[in-house]
Design a protein around this ligand. Structure first.
Ligand code: APR
Ligand code: PHB
Length: 391
């Protein structure tokens, strides 16, 4: 059975849903193909810090009501090293801030909006193939419940994440991949406890990195750097809390409210970029094209930057036939992607313990944090990147 639409969006994660919703608001038709179910997608625990640019895109998409009501506006973050800590005043240094709102909730809001507006979301698709992407008549084929389908379209947006089919559709001879795998992971837990601090704490210690975050006033999110050979079952709640307390300043550890974990998982850390992010009428967005370590909270926010560029390019094309935005998409998106990849790598390098570090290396790390503690310019560099560079 053959369907036809203007844009086929592969992937029903935050990138695909945000693009589909923004296109809909411009009267541009799309079909979202998602491998899993809505509940499966919403079951993924993800990060929770949004740049202002991402918040504005959600407003532009008409999907910000709950976020505006429930989000936490954060004007600063805390950096700690052993027992020393200092706050970086994002608002004072940049005039901007970030918003704490779970990515899962943002994805839920986007699903609700697409379904309320009768968006075409097709779940449980299998064997998705992108055909003739480098022609003027791309098509996407897929299977569902044992039946085969084909969608003829003008364009394909590959929003199918790191393990999707879109990036692989670009011939290896036509793309270049850049990767750095970090020698550690993050063990994260969710607990129905009040956050230990009003602002996020990025903690560096001789035992490794830790992060104190939250979702709301009674739902906290904590991470500790862990070995890649660890599994969540290796860590009892008691062991996790004990280790977290040893990595954050003692005064903060004393006020930490612990409780049973309601989610516990380990994420590996990697930096990855594929170039270009376009091949013919196929455009890659989000994790399909790039991955960052979660240290700088840039995963979703870099995906949002891609969606900003691609959405505006499609809107320009369908309004005027002008392909300038589409022709500049890959170069523009990659320029911002690489700055986010650099920032995420830099913050990861400053705050984590690496197995091959020498005593000299540890001294350099300590000096970098000590310099930042008293230097506004150093703090401004971090703050400008953390709140989000301009689109
Ligand atoms: N066909 C259809 N859907 C697919 C396929 C496929 N072949 N492969 C993957 N998918 C779906 C996945 O099930 C997932 O729901 O594509 C979606 C991709 O979503 P994400 O991986 O969340 O990527 P993205 O939407 O770009 O969001 C980026 O979310 O994953 C985090 O760390 C990431 O914060 C970043 C943000
Ligand atoms: C989170 O709350 O999950 C979170 C916050 C900031 C990060 C990473 C994760 O840098």
């Amino acid at each position: 059975m053959a369907l036809r639409t203007q844009v086929v969006v592969i992937g029903g994660g935050p990138s695909g849903l945000l693009l589909s919703q923004l296109l809909h608001r411009q009267g541009i038709e799309s079909v979202v193909l998602e491998r899993k179910t809505r509940d499966y997608v919403l079951g993924r625990i993800r990060a929770g810090v949004l740049e202002t640019g991402t918040v504005n895109l959600m407003r532009q998409a008409g999907v910000s009501e709950r976020m505006d009501k429930e989000c936490l506006v954060h004007d600063g973050i805390v950096i700690s090293h052993a027992d020393e800590q200092f706050s970086i005043n994002l608002k004072k240094l940049t005039g901007s801030n970030v918003v704490v709102y779970g990515q899962t909730e943002l994805t839920r809001d986007l699903y609700d909006a697409r379904e309320a507006e009768n968006g075409t979301l097709i779940f449980n698709v299998e064997n998705v193939q992108i055909l003739d992407a480098d022609s003027d008549h791309p098509r996407v084929s897929y299977e569902q419940d044992g039946k085969s389908y084909r969608i003829d379209c003008d364009f394909v947006a590959g929003c199918d994440g790191f393990h999707g089919v879109s990036r692989q559709t670009i011939p290896i001879s036509a793309r270049t991949e850049y990767e750095k795998v970090y020698p550690f992971g993050w063990l994260g837990i969710l607990s129905e406890t009040p956050p230990v601090n009003d602002e996020l704490i990025y903690a560096s210690s001789s035992r490794g990195f830790a992060l104190c975050s939250m979702r709301n006033q009674n739902l906290s999110r904590y991470y500790i750097q862990c070995s890649l050979t660890d599994s969540p079952d290796d860590w009892s709640d008691a062991a996790f809390w004990q280790e977290l307390k040893r990595r954050i300043p003692a005064a903060t550890a004393e006020s930490l409210v612990t409780g049973p974990s309601i989610e516990k998982s380990i994420a590996p850390l990697r930096s990855f970029v594929t170039e270009p992010m376009r091949w013919g009428r196929l455009f890659l967005c989000g994790d399909a094209a790039h991955i960052v370590p979660p240290t700088g909270a840039k995963g979703l926010n870099t995906a949002a930057g891609d969606i900003h560029y691609l959405y505006n390019s499609f809107a320009q094309y369908y309004a005027t036939g002008d392909t300038l935005g589409l022709d500049q998409y890959s170069e523009k998106a990659l320029a911002r992607v690489w700055k986010a990849v650099r920032f995420s790598w830099s913050l990861t390098s400053m705050l984590h313990r690496f197995p091959d570090q020498t005593e000299f290396d540890l001294k350099i790390q300590a000096a970098e944090v000590a310099f930042m503690k008293t230097n506004q310019h150093s703090q401004s560099v971090l703050a400008e990147n953390y709140v989000g560079l301009p689109y």
